[in-house]
Design a protein around this ligand. Structure first.
Ligand code: MN
Ligand code: MN
Length: 474
């Protein structure tokens, strides 16, 4: 048979089979350029937003440039709203029609907290004439990944008088950094016998912070005293002030391109700042003519520790946001609030695990995320028999699929690991309780929850396109 002639079976196969497509294959120059420039903005966002507080500051700054008004100062004529609670979570909303709030919102939501090491409330101590600070890890980390690397300290200290001191140490070229030490291989025989979870234990995650005794005179705790004296001079704090501080250790340095072809972004905290940034960018870039409904982008805190607390998705944060909007337009009654939530549709935007060629056995390849094959659409999460998942209804998945196809979004259906391999979940189930349709949708990562996560720029691009298509067509 001549090469250019397709067989009957091939032709029917093309028509009937679903084929995953590599996003780089035959990519148009315009898309390639847009994709590359999108990732520049993304890296800039990552560099400026290393804690949830810093992320909210960045989001507020960008939103204001785009004409969003803080809802606390907004008038009824304002249609682009910025909402924030406690400086750690919030939302942007674009109101197409204030009279249609009961019809619900097209909501996209992602989390801006990330796995990291928090300083303990009483952190500073001295041992072997060196000063250290104790940490408590936040979120699911492999503890051994956090040793022997430069760490930066970000956060806030609130003094008794209510003064807020911002801390950002370790990002500039000449800044100091901190580090957690590991034992040398020569003497690691006992360490090697331990299981990976115990190679470095939680109470060993202590950062090195100094070694010069106070006034160069050694006595008990003289190094600790010298450090505390330095902090007092620099920030005006005393030891008790750590109690009311939120100080986070994150890998020092900027987000980077990876690969000779620059096809990946490498950075800490891409789970879930990739979806946070792309959701932000999507709502900012929507043209008024493109949207028919009221739309919203929500930023959650505390996802990595179970969405708990008053800034996490397992609180009434979305109710509060919708209520504040209804209030602005004089429609805040319980019935409208409940109807609005029930009629909303929600994209639970979070990352998924891409197939890593070195660890293929954890995935079932037909239903796992392939890196470079577009945005992940995840009908259910959970573990075991889908336990703990909200599982999206087939009708909603059909609507999403249709919207994505309409805008040539490259998407793939995905799951978090093969059956009974493990699993996980995100904010989806906490929104589903309002009766709204919810589905998980986000970017695949390699090395998720590590100090240096990896995402494909092509997947980043199609995630952004997906979020816009959702606002346009749902
Ligand atoms: Mn996440
Ligand atoms: Mn996570």
């Amino acid at each position: 048979m001549p090469e250019n002639k397709k067989s009957e079976a091939e032709k029917i196969g093309e028509k009937l089979f679903f084929k995953k497509k590599n996003a780089w294959e035959d990519i148009k120059k315009k898309d390639f350029d847009e994709l590359m420039s999108l990732s520049e903005g993304y890296k800039d966002f990552l560099n400026k937003s290393k804690t949830e507080r810093e992320a909210m500051v960045t989001i507020e700054k960008i939103a204001k440039k785009f004409g969003f008004v803080d809802i606390r100062k907004a008038k009824r004529t304002d249609k682009k709203l910025f909402i924030q609670y406690d400086g750690v979570c919030g939302a942007l909303a674009v109101i197409k029609n204030p009279d249609k709030c009961a019809d619900g919102f097209l909501m996209n939501g992602a989390h801006i907290d990330v796995p990291r090491l928090d300083l303990k409330q009483y952190p500073l101590y001295e041992n072997e004439d060196m000063a250290y600070m104790k940490t408590h890890y936040y979120g699911g980390i492999k503890k051994y990944q956090w040793v022997t690397r430069p760490l930066a300290l970000h956060g806030v200290i609130v003094t008794e008088s209510g003064k807020k001191i911002n801390v950002n140490i370790g990002e500039k070229q000449n800044d100091i950094v901190f580090t957690i030490n590991d034992i040398l291989p020569h003497l690691a025989q006992d360490q090697y016998k331990k299981t990976p979870a115990k190679i470095i234990e939680g109470e060993q995650l202590n950062i090195l912070v100094g070694s010069i005794p106070y006034k160069f005179k050694s006595s008990k705790d003289s190094v600790k005293l010298a450090i505390m004296d330095h902090l007092h001079n620099e920030y005006g704090i005393k030891e008790e002030d750590f109690v009311s501080a939120e100080l986070q250790l994150v890998p020092a340095g900027e987000a980077r391109d990876i690969g000779f072809d620059r096809s990946f972004v490498g950075a800490h905290g891409q789970d879930d700042r990739v979806c946070s940034y792309l959701g932000l960018k999507a709502i900012l870039d929507m043209k008024a003519s493109e949207i028919k409904k009221n739309i919203m982008m929500v930023f959650f805190d505390k996802e990595e520790i179970g969405s708990a607390g008053n800034a996490g998705a397992d609180s009434n944060i979305v109710e509060r946001i919708v209520n504040d909007i209804l209030n602005l337009y004089g429609k805040a009654d319980y019935n409208t609030l409940i109807k609005s939530l029930e009629n909303s549709k929600f994209l639970s935007s979070d990352v998924n695990a891409g197939i890593d060629p070195e660890w293929k056995s954890v995935n079932e390849p037909m239903n796992a995320a392939k890196i470079g094959y577009g945005v992940c659409l995840t009908k259910f999460t959970g573990s075991g028999g889908k336990s703990g998942s909200n599982e999206a209804h087939a009708e909603f998945v059909a609507d999403i699929r249709k919207a994505f196809n309409k805008d040539n979004v490259l998407w793939q259906t995905t799951e978090l690991g093969k059956v009974d391999q493990g699993g996980g979940g995100t904010v989806a189930k906490f929104l589903a309780r309002y009766g709204m349709d919810v589905i998980d949708c986000g970017t695949a990562l390699l090395s998720m929850h590590s100090p240096f996560e990896v995402a494909s720029k092509a997947d980043i691009y199609h995630t952004y396109k997906a979020y816009k298509a959702f606002y346009k067509y749902l």
